[in-house]
Design a binder for this molecule. Structure first.
Ligand code: SF4
Length: 324
């Protein structure tokens, strides 16, 4: 996947439609692809910088400049439901995450704050304190057994699953916002009876407001990752029999208000979107509207070899041409 894109692209991206958040403006304070994990299902390609060390990747001044510009020019035209800390890597590795939250919250905007995280740094009390003002935290926990954790998430060597679970339990006690915990199911890897039983125990202790069962939807890093069937997800949901468990099965899109983009602007938005994740035509249409114009531009971008398509179970997905 193209990794030099971020150095020229802004730290804000979108707004993009999100399955879990409606319309979301992404805030990416990380350089690609820096993460404490290298998940087999990652949509952003292989981790090139596997680390547990927090540091400033995007200076706060750079964020302020882009954010103020965005608020002045675009915010009211197409107000997102969420500002979401996410992107090409693990957002909590950004040492200035708390500082950026402290800049956004006092503005009292009509948009909530969300954080998508792999939970690997939740053992760190200072980090947990930094994110207390976020409205919605979406941590992931894909396994509770070290063996499957290593297989799925391929973490930095100091991370272990026990530490993650304890971090999530501690965070729940300290945080009063909403926790929507995602569990990514991979058949035969994290679906044994032993794992599901221990998972239930851990989930009861963590006590999230919501549990979201998810499975492969877009091309992941490893092509042999199997998608869980809806029947399997239903089975797990029933087996756990825990309140507020849902299956992420379809996008909850909210159409954007009309926005006029010229060809270059649209092309840049598409490239920025595809830098972060593959997209079907519908994904792009929901995000950018104007299907005829979009289709002709995508054709042009295919011809000039800036992008290509790959076939997945859910159909064809557009990716950057160097996506592998
Ligand atoms: S899915 Fe998230 S946690 Fe896993 S490698 Fe990708 S960015 Fe990191």
């Amino acid at each position: 996947m193209r990794l030099n894109q971020k150095s020229v692209s802004p730290c804000l991206f979108g707004p993009v439609p999100s399955r879990r958040l409606g319309l979301s403006l992404g805030i990416d304070l990380i350089l690609p692809k820096t993460c404490s994990f290298d998940c087999v299902y990652c949509e952003c390609g292989k981790t090139t910088e596997k680390t547990l060390e927090r540091k400033v990747f995007v200076p706060t001044e750079k964020f302020i400049e882009e954010f103020e510009d965005y608020l002045q020019k675009d915010y009211l035209k197409n107000t997102p439901d969420f500002f979401t800390f996410s992107g090409v890597g693990e957002p909590t590795l950004a040492l200035n995450l708390g500082e950026v939250i402290q800049i956004i919250v006092p503005k009292k905007l009509n948009t909530k704050l969300a954080l998508i995280t792999n939970s690997s740094l939740f053992f760190d009390k200072a980090l947990r304190q930094e994110i207390l003002l976020v409205d919605l935290v979406m941590p992931s926990l894909d396994s509770v057994l070290e063996e499957s954790f290593q297989k799925i998430n391929r973490p930095e060597k100091r991370v272990n699953v026990e530490k993650i679970i304890q971090g999530l339990i501690d965070f729940r006690k300290e945080y009063h916002g909403k926790i929507s915990l995602e569990v990514f199911i991979i058949p035969e890897i994290n679906t044994s009876k032993k794992e599901l039983d221990l998972f239930k125990e851990a989930l009861l202790q963590i006590n999230p407001d919501e549990i979201q069962l998810n499975s492969l939807d877009r091309p992941g890093t490893e092509s042999n990752v199997e998608k869980a069937s809806l029947a399997l997800l239903e089975q797990i949901k029933n087996y756990w029999n825990l309140k507020n468990t849902t299956i992420v099965s379809q996008y909850q899109y909210r159409l954007q208000k009309n926005e006029t983009l010229n060809q270059d602007e649209l092309k840049n938005r598409i490239l920025s979107y595809l830098t972060r994740r593959p997209a079907s035509f519908n994904d792009l249409k929901e995000s950018f509207g104007n299907p005829d114009f979009l289709m002709s531009l995508l054709k042009e971008m295919m011809e000039s070899k800036e992008i290509k398509t790959i076939l997945m179970e859910r159909g064809f997905f557009y990716v950057l041409s160097d996506f592998s």
